[in-house]
Structures are given as structure tokens and as C-alpha cells.
Design a protein around this ligand. Structure first.
Ligand code: NAD
Ligand code: ZN
Ligand code: ZN
Length: 354
């Protein structure tokens, strides 16, 4: 007797699918029909069930960064769905598996970064929804060596934000080297930051949350922040220095305004570590004297490795972190981009596919 598989009951993939496409740089996507891609070696075709909408997707659509994607492209790198077709060659997932695409879509596996546990720094990396079409569509391709493995029973909408926001802040927090019982400031309590508060709390850190919106700070309190600061009302550096009596051990910046980056350096205590996750375009001034005198470490951190991703998903699976999600449809992406720009989303907006 054979056990029926999930795929046995699914119908053949169509020739075309609906996707939200960036046709030219700007704050808008166009929802249109796209030709279904064929999975190549080590690749799988995935039918999507959900995709988070990250602020990076807006940066991508607007062409904010020095290294730009090439329109037309399909954004999205928090996609969750089931494998419906495998390409040729060795494969690392099966048809019917629940998988996700990630920002780190694939890497070369051979360079110094890849060989030393820093695949996130691979110069030949492909990025989901940036250099490779992403999850703002009913179907996508994944590289089965790099895709996220999602535990059965996960809610696809709820788990989606772990694939970028979750892993990014989890890795970023590790990079702050904050120990249990020490303070960490989370600056920016958006899609990334509201998860950073939860990971930091689960990792035993004492959390201080900084944002410019009271509703986000309320969310941070609900998730375990000990102290919150509205940077549009008080001097956030002074507030953190006073509360911690001399500065925070770690500072993680997920904010989308350059002001938060200079402030972060001033919030750290002597010997502290500041990690930048946020990626607004622009620059900020920093005091050379303070950095030297206080012996500060300042690091940039990009998403996480496959191992970081597996660990970040495991925190979710064990109920230690729970993204605050609001469902939307693929036709709402332009509205969501506007809300991201205005900073008016609490938690994450996630597309649900039928
Ligand atoms: P989001 O829009 O959901 O959240 C941004 C938050 O920053 C909002 O809550 C906003 O109120 C807050 N903010 C704005 N100005 C601030 C200020 N001056 N001080 C404190 N907070 C301020 O965005 P998101 O999806 O959480 O992404 C945040 C940033 O992280 C984006 O730039 C995104 O591209 C970047 N990102 C980086 C990585 C990485 O690997 N490094 C991964 C994902 C996202
Ligand atoms: Zn992202
Ligand atoms: Zn490499």
C-alpha cells in the first residue's frame, strides 16, 4: 500500500502565475502574469502560501542602494510554500516539503567567506527578490541547498517574517556579544525590531527599546522590553545613558533613519558593541575620539547563515518568538510600501496566497 503524498492531490502547475513586479525603480509594483520558471540544477519550484513584506523590498523597488537589482524583477524574501517540482541533479528537499526562500538565496560555497563560516559575506551570493526573482508571486524557485526548511505544522503567515527579519536580528544580537543579564538597546521596533526584542529577551538580555512611535514601543513592552524611549520626544542617548548608568553593553540598530546610527554609538558603554542591521541610504557623523576612548566595536551584519536561519526558526518552533503579523493580498503591496515608508505598520504585513 502506498501512502498518498500531499503532491499527489495537487494539480499540475499552470504555465503562468500572478506576481507583483518592479518594472522600473519607484515605490510601486505592477501585478501581472509571469511565465512559470523551470527549476534548474539543485533548484525546486515552490507554490507559495505566504510572503512577508520587508522594508528591504521597498529599498529594492526604489533602487536605494549602490548595488541595484535589474528591473523587471519580483521582490520578496520571506516566502513560505510547498515544493511542487524538483529540477535535475542532487536535491536536498522532497516534493511536498514546506520550505522558504531567504535573502541569502545561494552562495558559491568555495570562497574564503563561504569556507570560513561567513557565507553571508560571499561576493558571488545571489539574493532572493533582488538578484533572483522572489516571493511576491504565486510561484518561485529556491536553491534546495540554501532554502529554509520550515517545520510541519507552522502557520505559513506567522513563520514567514522569521526568514528575514527573524534571522537578521537573531544573528545581529549574537554579534553584539551581549551576555545574559546585560543591557541591549534595540533601535527601531518595526518588522525586524519587534522580533529583536523577543529574541533578546529569550536570550536572557535586558531590553531597551527605542523608536519614534508610541504604538511600536507599546508592542516592545508587551514583548518584554524593560525600558522604552521615544526618540522623537526625548534625547534617546541621554535616556539610555541615564537608565543604564553609563551605557548599554550592546546596541542593535534596525531603524530606517540615519540619525539612529550616530545615536547608537553614543548609547554604548565603554567596551560595548554596536551592530547595524538597518540599511537606510545615507551617511552619519561619528566621533572618532569617543570610539577610540571607549574602545567601541562597530559591526555591520547581513541576515545570517543557513545555520543561523535554522536556529532562528527553532526559536519560533519552540514558541520563544512569535511574529505580530497582519495578512494582506498580493494586490496590497503598493499600499504596504506606503505604510512602510510612513512607519505605520506594527509588526509585519504578510501576503497570503490562495
Ligand atoms: P520597518 O519599516 O518595519 O521598521 C523600521 C522602524 O524604524 C520603524 O518602526 C520606524 O518607526 C523606526 N524608526 C524610524 N526612524 C527612527 C529613528 N530615528 N530612531 C528609531 N527608530 C526609527 O522596517 P524593517 O523591515 O524592520 O527593516 C528595517 C531596516 O533593516 C531596513 O533598512 C531594511 O532594509 C533593513 N534590513 C537589513 C537586513 C540585514 O540583513 N542587515 C535584513 C532585513 C532588513
Ligand atoms: Zn528582509
Ligand atoms: Zn562564496
Amino acid at each position: 500500500m502506498t501512502t498518498p503524498t500531499r503532491t499527489a492531490q495537487s494539480t499540475q502547475p499552470p504555465k503562468e502565475f500572478t506576481a507583483a513586479v518592479v518594472e522600473e525603480f519607484g515605490p510601486n509594483v505592477t501585478v501581472r502574469a509571469e511565465k512559470l520558471p523551470e527549476p534548474g540544477e539543485h533548484q525546486a519550484l515552490v507554490k507559495l502560501e505566504a510572503s512577508g513584506i520587508c522594508h528591504t523590498d521597498l529599498h529594492a523597488a526604489e533602487g536605494d542602494w549602490p548595488v541595484k537589482p535589474e528591473p523587471p524583477f519580483i521582490p520578496g524574501h520571506e516566502g513560505v510554500g510547498r515544493v511542487v517540482k524538483l529540477g535535475p541533479g542532487e536535491q536536498f528537499v522532497n516534493e511536498g516539503d514546506l520550505v522558504g526562500n531567504a535573502w541569502l538565496w545561494s552562495t558559491c560555497g568555495e570562497c574564503e567567506s563561504c569556507l570560513t563560516g561567513w557565507e553571508t559575506r560571499c561576493v558571488k551570493a545571489e539574493y532572493g527578490g533582488y538578484t533572483v526573482d522572489g516571493s511576491f508571486g504565486e510561484y518561485m524557485l529556491v536553491d534546495t541547498r540554501y532554502c529554509a526548511r520550515i517545520p510541519e505544522g507552522s502557520d505559513p503567515v506567522e513563520v514567514a517574517p522569521i526568514l528575514c527579519a527573524g534571522v537578521t536580528v537573531y544573528k545581529g544580537l549574537k554579534m553584539t556579544e551581549t551576555k545574559p543579564g546585560q543591557y541591549v538597546v534595540i533601535s527601531g521596533i518595526g518588522g525586524l525590531g519587534h522580533l529583536a526584542v523577543q529574541y533578546a529577551d529569550a536570550m536572557g538580555m535586558r531590553v531597551i527599546a527605542v523608536d519614534i512611535s508610541d504604538s511600536k514601543l507599546e508592542l516592545a513592552k508587551r514583548h518584554g522590553a524593560e525600558f522604552t524611549v521615544n526618540a522623537s520626544e526625548v534625547d534617546p542617548v541621554q535616556a539610555v545613558q541615564d537608565f543604564t548608568d553609563g551605557g548599554s553593553h550592546g546596541v542593535l540598530v534596525t531603524a530606517v533613519h540615519p540619525d539612529a546610527f550616530g545615536q547608537a554609538i553614543e548609547m554604548a558603554k565603554r567596551g560595548g558593541t554596536i551592530v547595524f542591521n538597518g540599511l537606510p541610504s545615507g551617511e552619519f557623523p561619528a566621533s572618532i575620539f569617543d570610539i577610540v576612548l571607549k574602545g567601541l566595536t562597530i559591526r555591520g551584519s547581513l541576515v545570517g547563515t543557513r545555520q543561523d536561519l535554522a536556529e532562528a526558526i527553532d526559536f519560533y518552533a519552540r514558541g520563544k518568538v512569535k511574529p505580530d503579523v497582519t495578512e494582506c493580498s498580493i494586490h496590497d503591496v503598493n499600499d504596504v510600501f506606503k505604510q512602510l515608508h510612513d512607519g505605520s505598520i506594527d509588526g509585519r504585513k504578510v501576503i497570503r496566497y490562495d
